[in-house]
Design a binder for this molecule. Structure first.
Ligand SMILES: Cc1cc2nc3c(=O)[nH]c(=O)nc-3n(C[C@H](O)[C@H](O)[C@H](O)COP(=O)(O)OP(=O)(O)OC[C@H]3O[C@@H](n4cnc5c(N)ncnc54)[C@H](O)[C@@H]3O)c2cc1C
Length: 393
């Protein structure tokens, strides 16, 4: 009989949080197995915003990796805010121009994290985690992990980085399904040249265009060299996926300013990502405070209104890496203390942000959201220009 493969640390999921943690933990000298249910790491037709905190966390794991990711991303230079009928509310330099904030294509982030994994990390695709068993015999590896139609794996530490439907969380916290917020999102990516020539705000430099009204939002932005990304959100009665996603998104944004339909129709419909927005109530413990914990959306799923999901996952990875540094993983009390300290530190940060993201998500579908955004952009730009003037005086 073949021996059960054993890792110091097993991570469930291969999203940004898992891969970032795999880098950090492998750099400490641990053998790391990453187990992902997908059969392949496919490019996802979505983009995400990464601000300074996200890059800072990534750089603490690997400075070269952070530089590499940033080089694939785009800092918005110009910004346009419109109502669905095309009325322009704001058209100016982006308040984020010249800051570390960038938009980047999801697959660029995932491939950078994946392609640079240290050799002591092994990625196992087609491994859907279902359960674990604790092994009482102290001479053996303490955790045995079970997968659907795959052999078991042994591990000393288990990290659930398996997203907001986390199976690991189901076994540790046991708080059921995530909460559907009543908001649906559609996202897509397309080569910039398909839409050329492009007008303001995309004509020169990276642009960001936001169309807001009817309690819905649509945004289009440069998300790296020659890549445009778009997204839309609307209140929606169910989180179930549509049978025809293209027809659905066209219907949701029907009669909006023509650029919206042009962008949607220019996207390969098979790559459009339709995702319900979920969150959960914050909890005071994520794992078993012995050998199992969570990170990223599995630990603190939050509405995307703050654009902090990936940043928080990276920060979790940094915190966990710091706590496990130099530990002998056979020393159960030390491992338990490290995981407890990690959870306490991160829960204190994540809890208020989860609640703030919930409020932000609700506000983003308010009937006066366009007017609120206009005021916010004007204030942010004025504050930045004031700061620049003060510095140069
Ligand atoms: C519309 C929208 C916009 C967003 N915008 C931003 C943004 O601008 N900035 C930002 O930082 N964040 C944003 N986010 C949030 C961000 O996408 C998440 O916070 C981030 O992906 C969390 O990463 P993760 O690694 O924790 O989980 P995930 O990316 O969800 O990865 C989890 C992985 O686990 C795998 N998995 C699940 N179950 C199992 C299992 N049983 N066994 C094995 N593998 C499993 C999944 O296949 C997946 O690969 C946005 C989210 C949405 C929906």
């Amino acid at each position: 009989m073949s021996e059960t493969p054993t890792f110091d640390i097993a991570i469930i999921g291969a999203g940004p949080g898992a891969l970032c943690a795999a880098h950090g933990l492998a750099n400490l000298g641990f053998s790391v197995g990453v187990f992902e249910r997908a059969r392949a790491l496919r490019p996802i037709g979505a983009a995400l915003g990464l601000a300074e905190a996200g890059y800072k966390a990534l750089a603490l794991i690997d400075a070269d990796l952070a530089t590499q990711v940033r080089a694939l991303a785009a800092n918005p230079q110009r910004q346009l805010l419109m109502r669905p009928n095309g009325e322009v509310l704001f058209s100016d330099e982006s308040p984020l121009a010249g800051t570390p904030f960038t938009w980047l294509a999801w697959y660029n982030l995932q491939s950078s994290l994946h392609n640079t994994l240290p050799p002591t990390v092994s990625l196992h695709l087609n491994h859907k985690f279902v359960n674990f068993t604790k092994v009482a015999d102290a001479s053996k590896t303490p955790l045995r992990l079970h997968f659907e139609n795959q052999p078991d794996v042994g591990a000393r530490v288990l990290i659930g980085a398996d997203g907001y439907y986390s199976v690991v969380r189901g076994l540790t916290v046991g708080d059921g399904a995530p909460l559907y917020t009543g908001t649906m999102t559609w996202r897509g990516i397309l080569p910039r040249q398909i839409l050329a020539p492009l007008a303001e705000p995309f004509a020169e430099g990276a642009g960001f265009q936001l169309v807001v009204g009817d309690q819905k939002n649509f945004w289009i932005m440069d998300a790296g060299a020659e890549v445009l990304a778009w997204g839309g959100t609307a209140l929606h009665p169910t989180s179930e996926k549509s049978t025809d996603v293209l027809a659905m998104v066209l219907q949701v944004f029907d009669q909006w300013t023509p650029f919206v339909e042009r962008v949607i129709r220019a996207t390969d419909p098979t790559t459009i990502v339709e995702t319900g927005v979920f969150d959960r109530e914050p909890v005071s413990q994520w794992g078993d405070r012995e050998r199992i914990t969570l990170l990223g959306d599995a630990a603190h799923p939050m509405r995307p209104s703050l654009g902090l999901g990936a940043t928080m996952a990276f920060e979790d990875a940094v915190a966990l890496t710091k706590k496990l540094k130099g530990l002998n993983l056979q020393d159960t009390p030390s491992v338990a203390k490290a995981l407890t300290d990690y959870e306490e530190e991160r829960i204190a940060i994540a809890t208020p942000l989860q609640l703030k993201a919930r409020q932000g998500g609700e506000a983003s579908h308010a009937s006066d959201q366009a007017d609120q955004l206009k005021i916010g952009f004007e204030l942010a730009l004025a504050a930045r220009r004031h700061r620049e003037m003060t510095i140069s005086d």
